[in-house]
Design a protein around this ligand. Structure first.
Ligand SMILES: NC(=O)c1ccc[n+]([C@@H]2O[C@H](COP(=O)([O-])OP(=O)(O)OC[C@H]3O[C@@H](n4cnc5c(N)ncnc54)[C@H](OP(=O)(O)O)[C@@H]3O)[C@@H](O)[C@H]2O)c1
Length: 356
């Protein structure tokens, strides 16, 4: 089955996805009978390119980071044209990987709406539109019988959303607690080992974990958006980011972080959601000194993890990478495969797997 894709935003994640298609295209065809073709790309900085026969994914992955660079491709131009990329008739799936705006969700919100109006499936790694208006977007996509998925918005490629939705489907999820930001987790580990806050931040920036402006990582707002998405998804919460009490790691005292293990504890920045017996949903983002016996206390470096509290299994913890261009590109690929699987009877896949 050939799937024609449009990528909006050819930054780290968009290029990572093009690289995956270049590397894995043959394996995907063999294993899943899916032939992924990137037919359109639009990026604010690089311009636009369209080829209904398929653009070269390796060329896209390796495109020089120069203004208007897509003009060098056949069917290319220096100016972006997101609308055309999304609405071109041959496009089946839109992959949205532009920058996250936590206040308006734009430009991704507009891209998502346009994709639905144009009858395209939509996958994104962009937290903005999902945190701010995910309920409406999901409802409208379902009404239009279109796929919409966004595994990469929480813990990048580590499949926590699909895990909760599908693997825990028979359980009642009463709450979750997660380490949802790799930068702050890395920094807390370095501070515990004796680094100052500033030295730990510089190290995180040098290693490419922290943004040049690390406010969202250390102030907690990145974790707050992810906590909101998890709460909407698993606790049925309806609300805004500002409904969640938030404290980042900047106010923690380095000596407290350093001293905690001797007291059998370790500081972690935790995004938490819980449904009380009275049905009230309590959400917070704050540093917590966890007992060392807590599975989250053992999650070090830039890794992420989440513990779901369920009625039938008790606590279940999933850990894995929480960022990275390749990891997030994998999340987009898993979204596409998931949407295709929903549309194609599962028996088909079983028969195919058995014959391999
Ligand atoms: N990287 C990760 O590890 C990771 C993990 C999980 C989720 N995410 C999310 O995935 C998305 C992409 O991340 P990234 O790391 O690839 O970001 P990035 O490297 O900054 O790439 C974003 C690209 O989108 C372009 N862009 C911005 N506004 C646009 C618009 N209106 N139309 C078309 N293109 C536009 C940017 O161009 P300019 O440079 O000119 O702005 C840039 O080339 C973000 O929402 C991010 O939060 C990333």
């Amino acid at each position: 089955m050939q799937l024609n894709l449009a990528i909006i935003g050819l930054g780290g994640v968009g290029r990572g996805f093009a690289e995956l298609v270049a590397d894995r295209g043959v394996a995907l065809l063999d294993r899943h009978d899916i032939d992924l073709k990137i037919v359109a790309v639009s990026d604010a900085f690089l311009g636009f390119a369209f080829d209904p026969e398929g653009l070269d994914p390796l060329q896209l992955a390796q495109l020089p980071r120069e203004a208007g660079a897509l003009a060098a491709l056949s069917g290319g131009q220096a100016n972006p044209d997101n609308r055309r990329a999304i609405t071109e008739k041959v496009v089946d799936f839109v992959l949205e990987a532009t920058v996250t705006d936590p206040v308006t969700g734009e430009p991704a919100m507009t891209h998502c709406n346009l994709a639905r109006e144009s009858g395209k499936h939509f996958v994104t790694s962009n937290k903005g539109p999902i945190a701010l208006d995910g309920r409406r977007l999901r409802r409208e996509a379902a009404t239009s019988r279109l796929g919409l998925d966004y595994e990469g918005v929480v813990m990048s490629g580590t499949p926590v959303l699909r895990f909760g939705r599908e693997c825990l489907a028979g359980c009642r999820i009463d709450g979750f607690r997660g380490i949802l930001n790799g930068t702050s987790n890395f920094m807390l580990g370095r501070i515990e080992a004796g680094a100052t806050f500033q030295a730990a931040l510089k190290e995180a920036q040098d290693l490419g974990y922290a943004e040049a402006d690390p406010t969202a990582d250390i102030g907690g707002s990145d974790v707050r958006l992810k906590t909101l998405i998890l709460a909407q998804e698993f606790l049925g919460f309806h609300g805004a980011p500002t409904d969640i009490e938030m404290q980042g790691i900047a106010e923690l005292k380095a000596e407290d972080v350093h001293a905690a293990p001797a007291q059998g504890r370790r500081w972690k920045l935790i995004g938490e959601g819980r449904r009380n017996a009275d049905g009230r949903i309590l959400l917070s983002v704050r540093p917590i000194a966890l007992p060392l016996s807590d599975p989250l206390a053992g999650v070090g470096g830039a890794m992420n993890a989440i513990t779901f509290s369920t009625d039938l299994l008790g606590d279940v913890t999933v850990s894995g990478p929480g960022a990275g261009r390749r990891e997030t590109a994998f999340a987009l690929l898993s979204d596409i495969l998931g949407i295709v699987r929903m549309a194609v009877p599962p028996r088909y896949n079983l028969r195919k797997a058995a014959s391999q």
